[in-house]
Design a binder for this molecule. Structure first.
Ligand code: RIB
Length: 312
């Protein structure tokens, strides 16, 4: 049975320029065309989950301005429930300035605005009201105190909680035991565990995953970009490959991965199947420009042939 998904997180408007290369400090680079499209890690994940077929409630805070209004309109077009997208009278909507190079790699600066004012009591209010929700997805682009309150409250309610620790910052130890899964990329894994991981070095991936398990986590999914993802739990480890694609813009690939992952979990797919589904969705997204503009439909993901699964 498909379950209701609650996504709590940020909403931004992304201002994107694609250029041959990203500027060094003090350098001006002349780029190509400018793209403005909706973004924010939380909103991207909510949109991905909704576009891939889930019933999503998004909890966020936007400014009482044109960007905030456009964001809410977009969520509604994607059939996301917006009763807990709060409007902040004092602070503007979040904005991200994004540079994308020829290889699709990006560089992002965020002015969080209203995102930084999403408060613990507001997310707890949402968690109490959406009693049908069974899965909760969060990231770290809103105050950490708000995230920890949501995790604590969600765990008490018995929700399956997935934390995408992006952008990375040190986390309190108590958070881990309340999570069903954590989904860091290589950089975030290094910041949280102190261990440098590389896709070709299964030993390093296992070591980092064991670090999380020792903290009380049940499932660890380390995303590896074009190389796919490493899934680890007490049953062992598995490298799950992503379908090969040519990247145009990798912005929000991690967000699409997380949105897709929770959709698959809500459909009671196995973790391994869910990660494969998420790798496919993320691979499609990097072939297109933009964050929410790049999120694929369910039909597109289902049409992509299955990736290889190799066991270490
Ligand atoms: O993960 C990509 C997102 O990070 C962008 O959409 C930008 O808004 C920042 O939040």
């Amino acid at each position: 049975m498909v379950q209701r998904i609650l996504v709590i997180g940020s909403s931004n408007t992304d201002m994107v320029v694609k250029a041959n290369k990203l500027p060094a400090p003090g350098e001006t680079v002349i780029g190509g065309t400018f793209l403005m499209n909706p973004g924010g890690k939380g909103a991207n994940q909510a949109v991905a989950a909704a576009r891939l077929g889930a019933d999503v409630t998004f909890v966020a805070k936007v400014g009482n301005d044109i960007f905030g209004k456009q964001a809410i309109q977009g969520f509604r077009q994607d059939k996301i429930r917006t009763e807990f997208v709060f409007s902040d009278a004092k602070n503007p909507s979040g904005v991200a300035l994004i540079g994308v190079d020829e290889q699709g790699e990006n560089c992002i600066m965020v002015a969080p605005g209203a995102n930084a004012h999403l408060l613990a009591y507001e997310v707890v209010q949402a968690l109490e009201s959406v009693s049908e929700a069974e899965l909760l997805l969060l990231q770290l682009e809103i105050p950490l105190q708000t995230v920890t309150a949501a995790v604590e409250h969600g765990a008490k309610r018995g929700l399956k909680i997935i934390l995408n620790p992006a952008p990375a910052q040190p986390l309190p130890n108590e958070i881990y035991a309340n999570l069903f899964a954590i989904t860091p990329n290589e950089t975030e894994t290094k910041l949280l565990t102190g261990i440098t991981v590389e896709a070709h070095d299964l030993g390093s991936l296992r070591e980092a995953a064991e670090w999380f398990l020792a903290k009380g986590l049940k499932n660890v999914i380390i995303t590896l970009g074009a190389k796919g993802a490493f899934l680890y739990n007490e049953e062992g480890g598995k490298l799950i490959a992503a379908p090969p694609v040519t990247a145009t813009d990798t912005t929000a690939a991690g967000d699409v991965f997380n949105g897709a992952l929770v959709v698959a979990l809500s459909e009671t797919k196995s973790l391994s199947e869910a990660v494969t589904f998420a790798c496919k969705a993320a691979s499609i997204s990097v072939t297109r420009m933009g964050a929410q503009a790049s999120v694929p439909t369910r039909k597109e993901v289902d049409a992509l042939s299955l990736s290889n699964v190799t066991k270490p």
